[in-house]
Design a protein around this ligand. Structure first.
Ligand code: AMP
Ligand code: GLY
Length: 425
């Protein structure tokens, strides 16, 4: 089977690495890919916002399955366009992708389906939003309604911060995404992520993970797309996972089907484990980045048939096998990220890191130039290891990092600290 994978991040490199191990794969194309994926696939220059161009490419190259990595093309309806052209595509339709594309949509779904989540209000004017905050008080969470690349969420601890956040949303800091805001109760607890595949009706639970959103050690500094992750999330016991499936995932899948927009693809639940039980913070309609990297490191089964089963509505016929050992990924980012940073800086030493079943380096923002590897983005490399314990996995990953020479890069030195504290307690 010829497959086209869409995306260019560490997530897509991890997916490509998994695909490359599949006996079902004939040829893998990636649009646009990066310097790391170049070694596994043919990276192509294709404007994925031009759906006709993607369809033409698939026809020309006999691509029979398209896997969409990031959320933007899903929200934009790429899967709808491909399906109409009779090309199988993994991921939700634009309608179902509203679970990530609109926070208000998800809140309404939660209300209909009885999914536990933070109490909220939804506003389209600044005055109404402020009025609501004055009524309910602080701490409070203010979110731009639409896609804001993970940046449209403010946790306000006092009134002044809350008012400033509302003003920033309505003043156009997030463009269209901030034209409406969701304001919700501040939830206290430990966060965890849970990933399942769905085919619109059946679900196949994948795995749990935790990530580190803040840029610097000690979970300090600005929010980022994620500076590291590990799987499984120790807080997600078997019984808690079952509770999440029963109270959050299944009601969502049933409700989406009943609404005439069955959810197919990977559903990524961002959860807060509160004293009252697990509550949904948000849904994403794709694999997490960098969570996908640790999931792929732990997946024993062939990924390709699992994704196909989601698209072909046969998830009830497949099973996924996992390594019980934990995996960790550490992100190396360009100095300055998530603010301004330099591109095109030289990275060396990667060839001395032995890529094996225990350690893999997944590229994100990289490109090659004249035989040199150069940085080409904010998050650049994902050093990913699996070990008998989280401590061992962590030691393997940091040992690999020691071999990489990139003076313009930085990374967190405390990834998985919470899991390691638990392990050593
Ligand atoms: P989101 O983009 O909705 O995942 O929010 C980004 C981050 O903000 C989450 O991962 C949480 O750490 C935090 N967050 C979002 N909503 C809440 C909430 N209601 N209570 C506490 N923290 C929240
Ligand atoms: N790592 C968070 C995300 O992929 O949304």
């Amino acid at each position: 089977m010829n497959v086209l994978l869409i995306g260019s991040g560490g997530r897509e490199h991890a997916l490509a690495w998994s695909f490359s191990k599949s006996p079902a794969l004939s040829k893998l194309y990636i649009a646009p890919g990066n310097a790391g994926m170049n070694m596994l696939a043919e990276c192509i220059d294709l404007d994925t916002t031009d759906h006709d161009a993607v369809i033409q490419f698939c026809k020309l190259k006999a691509v029979s399955f398209v896997v969409v990595g990031p959320e933007a093309p899903l929200v934009d309806g790429l899967v709808d366009s491909l399906s109409k052209a009779d090309i199988k595509a993994f991921g939700p339709t634009a309608a179902a992708a509203q679970l990530e594309g609109s926070k208000a949509f998800t809140k309404q779904m939660c209300q209909r389906a009885g999914v536990p989540t933070a109490k909220y209000g939804h506003f389209s004017t600044q005055e109404d939003a402020k009025q609501y905050i004055r009524q309910v008080g602080v701490p409070i969470v203010i979110k731009a309604d639409g896609l804001a690349a993970g940046k449209g969420v403010f946790i306000a601890m006092d009134m002044e911060q809350a008012m400033a956040a509302v003003e920033q949303c309505f003043d156009g800091a997030f463009g269209e995404a901030g034209a409406e805001v969701v304001i919700e109760e501040f939830l206290e607890g430990e966060e965890a992520s849970f990933f399942v595949l769905s085919d619109g009706e059946n679900i196949l639970p994948l795995a749990t993970a935790q990530d580190h959103k803040r840029a610097y050690d000690g979970d300090q500094g600005p929010n980022t797309g994620g500076m590291g992750a590990y799987s499984p999330a120790p807080v997600m016991t078997t019984s808690l996972t079952q509770q999440v499936i029963d109270e959050i995932i299944k009601p969502t899948i049933s409700d989406m089907k009943a609404q005439g927009m069955p959810f197919k693809g990977v559903l990524y639940a961002g959860l807060m484990i509160t004293s009252e039980g697990p509550k949904l913070i948000e849904y994403n309609v794709r694999f997490g980045d960098p969570e996908c990297q640790v999931l792929m490191m732990r997946l024993k089964s062939d990924l390709l048939p699992l994704l196909l089963a989601s698209t072909e509505e046969t998830l009830n016929e497949v099973e996924a096998e996992w390594y019980s050992e934990p995996a960790i990924t550490v992100v190396m980012a360009a100095k300055g990220y998530p603010g301004t940073y330099e591109k095109g800086t030289k990275i060396s030493g990667l060839d001395t890191v032995i890529g094996d079943e225990a350690t893999q380096v997944f590229h994100a923002g990289t490109k090659s130039n004249g035989g040199h590897l150069l940085s080409n983005g904010g998050r650049v490399l994902n050093i990913t290891s699996r070990g008998k314990t989280v401590t061992q996995a962590r030691d393997l990953a940091y040992k690999a990092i020691d071999q990489i020479n990139w003076p313009e890069g930085f990374y967190r030195k405390d990834i998985a600290w919470r899991a390691i504290e638990r392990e050593q307690a």
